[in-house]
Write a protein that binds this ligand. Structure first.
Ligand code: HEC
Length: 147
């Protein structure tokens, strides 16, 4: 019994080390910045449509909104302890208030899905998109270093 407990503990230590090195290898900072970069790219399609500067295209809006929803769903998974250090604009408040930070991500995802259900016309898309876009500022103000 004692031996089993000990080897289980040892296995956990070994697994623990392995997962740490996997995290280091796949670079959570780059991963989350790439996810945000994808969201930024989607906004370059959505904003001009909402402003009437480019023709409204429901299929393009759908693709872009899907990218926002998919990327923000994964985004909060890439903030392991210690990844506040390095080339990142993530503020330490994220790790102090992780639940609130995740709630901001969920809010954007919810609003992106609501906008996805409203792509029928520019008139339905625009207010849903404006509501969605408000999430960028509110999360950045609280959790992203001003550049
Ligand atoms: C849940 C909080 C949150 C929400 C919501 C959010 N962001 Fe971010 N964003 C961040 C954080 C944190 C960073 C900094 C990441 C880092 O440097 O590690 C960031 C970085 C970025 C970057 C820079 C990426 C890079 O290459 O360094 C862009 C562009 C961006 N966000 C766009 C947006 C847009 C557009 C929206 C709204 C559609 C949005 N974000 C919504 C938290 C958020």
């Amino acid at each position: 019994m004692h031996f089993l407990a000990k080897s289980a503990a040892l296995a956990m230590v070994i697994l623990g080390c392995a997962s740490v090195s996997v995290v280091a290898a796949d670079d959570p900072i780059k991963t989350r910045q790439d996810l945000m970069g994808g969201i930024g790219k989607a906004m370059k399609v959505l904003v001009p449509m909402a402003q009437g500067k480019t023709a409204y295209d429901a299929a393009k809006a759908t693709d872009a909104l899907n990218a926002v929803a998919t990327n923000i769903a994964d985004f909060p998974n890439h903030f392991p302890a210690g990844s506040d250090q390095g080339k990142t604009d993530a503020m330490p408040a994220i790790w102090e208030k992780m639940d609130d930070f995740k709630a901001h991500a969920t809010s954007l995802e919810t609003d992106a899905k609501a906008a996805l259900a409203a792509t029928a016309s520019l008139d339905t898309f625009k207010p849903a998109f404006m509501k969605m876009a408000g999430n960028c500022k509110s999360c950045h103000e609280a959790y992203r270093k001003p550049s």
